[in-house]
Design a protein around this ligand. Structure first.
Ligand SMILES: Nc1ncnc2c1ncn2[C@@H]1O[C@H](COP(=O)(O)OP(=O)(O)O)[C@@H](O)[C@H]1O
Ligand SMILES: [Mg+2]
Length: 244
């Protein structure tokens, strides 16, 4: 028995809602959705944390426009605060070097990160996951019992095909699925709504393709004014109205 597992439970004991953003596919907008949700929640004065668990492709720091951050060590690590968000990522430790770890090493790094981070009281902890049923996703299912999964897909058969597998897997593990967000919508269609109905998962709403989004990456002020964030806000309001 790894003693860090008990510590992790303790570290997360004052976090009210843990939302892991997942998808079968890469490039569908998980990191944008995770970071956007954290920005919106903190803007609405909720105590919010953001944990970037995509060890091989961490992106939340790029979206937020933060460089190397000062970590405060005090009986663990107190995550740096960006725009009111307590932000934790492997990049705080790995700098810009690629993180060449796999399998057991990923698990070990993840356990260590969760065991050292002092989140304190949070209303929400948003976790940005890598694509698919990665080591990170499997580990957080094992280590964190009360989290919800928020699934992101684009209205493409390629994305929905792998998302369907992820949903089946999450259901087989009795995981709590909040619902599906449809991202990068370019044409009118109800294909993802039907997909959600077929898979018995709640459809949470759509985010339109926003051609201005790319130019706002790295600037929180600019991001908060995008159509992407406006669409996400509507989804967040709906999510908050659901009792999970
Ligand atoms: N609704 C959207 N409109 C336009 N571009 C988007 C939208 N959502 C995400 N993107 C862009 O798509 C790319 C992939 O997004 P990202 O969040 O990194 O995906 P993932 O984390 O799933 O790999 C990024 O360049 C991001 O800016
Ligand atoms: Mg990502």
């Amino acid at each position: 028995m790894d003693p860090r597992i008990t510590i992790i439970k303790d570290r997360l004991s004052s976090v009210k809602r843990i939302i892991a953003v997942a998808s079968g596919k890469g490039g569908v907008g998980k990191s944008m959705v995770s970071t956007g949700l954290a920005l919106l929640l903190s803007k609405k004065n909720h105590k919010c944390g953001l944990l970037d668990l995509d060890f091989h492709g961490p992106s939340c720091h790029i979206i937020l426009g933060v460089d190397k951050l000062e970590l405060i060590e005090e009986k663990g690590i107190i995550p740096p605060t960006i725009n009111g968000i307590k932000f934790m990522s492997i990049v705080h430790f790995a700098e810009e070097k690629p993180v060449a770890i796999r399998g057991k090493e990923v698990s070990n790094a993840l356990i260590e990160l969760l065991a050292i981070t002092r989140w304190g009281n949070l209303d929400y902890l948003i976790i940005d996951l890598p694509p698919g049923m990665s080591d990170e996703a499997l580990d957080i299912m094992r280590l964190i019992k009360n989290q919800e999964f928020l699934i992101v897909t684009t209205p493409s058969k390629l994305s929905m095909g792998v998302v369907e597998k992820l949903i089946k897997f999450l259901k087989s593990m009795n995981a709590n699925i909040t619902g599906i967000i449809e991202n990068m919508v370019m044409t009118e269609s109800n294909i993802v709504e039907e997909f959600a109905r077929k898979n018995k998962v709640r459809y949470l709403g759509k985010i339109l393709y926003d051609s201005e989004l790319e130019s706002c990456i790295g600037s929180i002020e600019c991001l908060l004014k995008t159509k992407f964030i406006q669409n996400l806000l509507e989804i967040l309001e709906y999510m908050k109205s659901l009792s999970c």
